[in-house]
Design a protein around this ligand. Structure first.
Ligand code: ADP
Length: 632
């Protein structure tokens, strides 16, 4: 019999298969099962036109392992193949020719990824086998044929006898075990069962395999009390569960079922906060089942965390974590997408995958966003618990996109504020703004309590304006990226030119002018620590405060300089002195008379301003001795 050669592209692919890396090998089973399932589909649809159509239940995929012969057999009673089809279908791969196999290193690498992610069909059998035999009988044909190949050398096709009417039996002669490659595992019932569960659990036909079990021997009458005896029996077991929960209608699924599925599949001990189950009939058609967890996994805010949704093509898993399906700011979502429009096979355009995938990803993003907004408006408490787990990620989303994600995310951020001490959204804040209020005020600090004690917070509150309390490091950077909300800019209450709309601007300007020399003396005393000293009339009970001029606030300086790498920055700090406080009068009185004491007081005032703003005092020893000097 003449041996035929594989077509050129197939040969290249075959080489890749034979030399593929270990972790990918197991997907051969998924590929062969998917082919069997397709063949059953074809047979089923063809039979629909015949009067005595078989029912779906008559179709089955069988797996058999023969440990002695080291063969694994996958069979189906599907449409089968004629000799010509065996030749055409198994002699050529990638008929649509979408991948051209160049052999640069980069290309090789991506090809391996393709094997892992999308699979390459029948040829993957050669990843685990030295020889593959395919016996097939096409529906309605008199004869059956046997296709045999031991890989690179080509293949033969000849007639053979089979005992089935239609279908295909594929026998794999497994490779010998090598040092780090265990092919015997593919003969083990539990390993096969695990692989079916992992990749092919939702194939719509039963996947059956015989399992040996030890069962107690039934006792004869009168012998019930004797020692139990066991015997080994072989019985077929169904390995796949067949119906994926996401394919069912929403109203058929109970909350327990949704939650149980999530907890089993994604190893969470807690039920999710929200289930998003969506079905799309459009192009691409897909079912998505997405969960919002109730708490962040321990490694969520670390580099180890991998985002992604599982991707299925018609119930067959393609990839465990498809990162492209989720934007970083929704990386907390867990779940899966199943689309019949995504092909398992690389023979279709990979580019097309990308386009389809992008559409699905965009839809999922929109869906998560709208569900979160719904939760925010209808189930506030739940949303707050969501936000305390994942809010940081959303804030980072706005910040790291340089504000591009602002439209998507700005309505999802919440802050504590001086109004009622509860969380507020930005639009709720804006809805409470006074007519004369032009900007959104915020204050930063380590804790809400510390922020409340800031002299500037007190001043803005006294003027009747609400203040947002920012306690996360990323908060102020995020607002800088957002620039504004509803056309209202954000203003840190600690900026030097805070305009609270008071009428005494001119008076204050005159006061500063009049005391120009005193103020520059104070500034000189404090040297580079402050860029200016000035009087203010916005403070209430406090004598002094530190404000910042320019783009960088004191809080931003602290955060950036705390980072291990990168350049250090310096905010331009202004020492503001309450002109109505007795301390101001004291300073004026000392100037020109006792500048030595005045300098000491200036240092003390600066140190206390630092403390109040939550900054460290640079020279605590000096501060302490100055206080002692005052006492004795
Ligand atoms: P794909 O399934 O993506 O087309 P494969 O290399 O896996 O690529 O298979 C090539 C072709 O061989 C299939 O399209 C199908 O026509 C045929 N084929 C493979 N396995 C079977 C089977 N079990 N029964 C019938 N036809 C099969």
């Amino acid at each position: 019999m003449r041996k035929k050669q594989f077509k050129a592209q197939s040969k290249k692919l075959l080489d890749m298969m034979i030399n593929s890396i270990y972790t990918h090998k197991e997907i051969f089973l998924r590929e062969l099962i998917s082919n069997a399932s397709d063949a059953l589909d074809k047979q089923y649809y063809n039979s629909l036109t015949v009067k005595s159509a078989a029912s779906r239940n008559d179709y089955v995929i069988g797996i058999e392992a023969d440990k002695e012969a080291r063969t694994l057999t996958i069979s189906d009673n599907g449409c089968g193949m004629t000799a010509e089809e065996l030749d055409n279908n198994l002699g050529t791969i990638a008929k649509s020719g979408s991948l051209d196999f160049k052999s640069s290193d980069e290309k090789e690498k991506s090809e391996l990824e393709i094997i892992g992610q999308f699979g390459v069909g029948f040829y993957s059998a050669f990843m685990v086998s030295d020889k593959v035999v395919v016996e097939s009988r096409a529906n309605g044909e008199e004869t059956a044929n046997r296709w045999v190949s031991d890989g690179a050398d080509g293949y033969t096709v000849e007639e053979c006898a089979v005992d089935f009417e239609h279908g295909t039996v594929i026998t794999l002669y497994l490779k010998e075990n090598a040092e780090d490659e265990d092919y015997d595992r593919f003969l083990d019932f539990y390993e096969i069962s695990r692989l079916v569960k992992k990749y092919s659990d939702y194939i719509r036909y039963p996947i059956m395999m015989e399992n040996e079990k030890r069962v107690p021997v039934e006792k004869a009458e009168g012998e019930e009390d004797s020692e139990p005896e066991y015997e080994t029996v072989k019985a077929p077991e169904q390995l796949n569960s067949m119906v994926p929960i996401w394919r069912k209608n929403k109203n058929e699924i109970s909350e327990e079922e949704y939650n149980g599925f999530y907890q089993d599949k994604f190893y969470d001990y807690e039920a999710p906060l929200r289930v998003i189950h969506s079905k799309n009939e459009g192009m691409p058609a897909y079912d998505a089942l997405v969960y919002i967890p109730s708490h962040a996994p321990f490694n969520y805010y670390s580099k180890d965390y991998e985002k992604g949704l599982q991707l299925y093509s018609n119930g067959v898993m393609i990839t465990e974590k498809c990162a492209d399906l989720l934007p970083d700011y929704f990386s907390f979502a867990k779940g899966l997408v199943d689309s019949p429009d995504l092909s398992l096979n690389i023979s279709r355009e990979l580019l097309q995958h990308d386009r389809q995938l992008k559409v699905i990803a965009r839809n999922i993003e929109k869906k998560i966003k709208s569900e979160l907004e719904k939760m925010l408006s209808d189930e506030r408490e739940k949303y707050e618990s969501f936000f305390s787990a994942f809010g940081l990620q959303i804030k980072f989303g706005i910040y790291s996109s340089y504000g591009m994600a602002k439209d998507a995310l700005q309505n999802l951020v919440i802050f504590k504020s001086s109004f009622e001490d509860k969380y507020t959204t930005l639009s709720e804040y804006v809805s409470r703004m006074k007519e004369e209020q032009k900007v959104i005020y915020y204050a930063c600090g380590e804790t809400v309590d510390k922020i409340k004690l800031l002299p500037q917070t007190e001043a803005v509150n006294h003027a009747g304006f609400e203040v947002l309390y920012l306690t996360d490091d990323v908060d102020e950077f995020m607002l800088k990226m957002m620039r504004d909300f509803d056309s209202k800019t954000f203003v840190n209450v600690c900026t030097d030119n805070l305009d609270l709309g008071d009428e005494n601007k001119e008076l204050l300007a005159a006061e500063n002018k009049e005391n120009e020399e005193l103020l520059s003396f104070i500034k000189e005393t404090l040297s580079e620590k402050v860029s200016e000293a000035r009087f203010t009339n916005k403070l209430r009970s406090h004598p002094v405060c530190l404000t910042s001029g320019g783009e960088i606030s004191g809080e931003m300086e602290r955060i950036i300089n705390a980072m291990p790498a990168g350049e250090k920055i310096k905010a331009q700090m202004v020492l503001e002195i309450n002109c109505d406080h007795p301390v101001a009068a004291k300073l004026k009185e000392l100037y020109g008379k006792d500048n030595e004491t005045l300098a000491k007081y200036a240092k003390l005032l600066y140190s206390s301003a630092c403390l109040i703003s939550g900054m460290a005092v640079e020279n605590p020893v000096e501060m302490s001795s100055l206080i002692c000097e005052l006492m004795v």
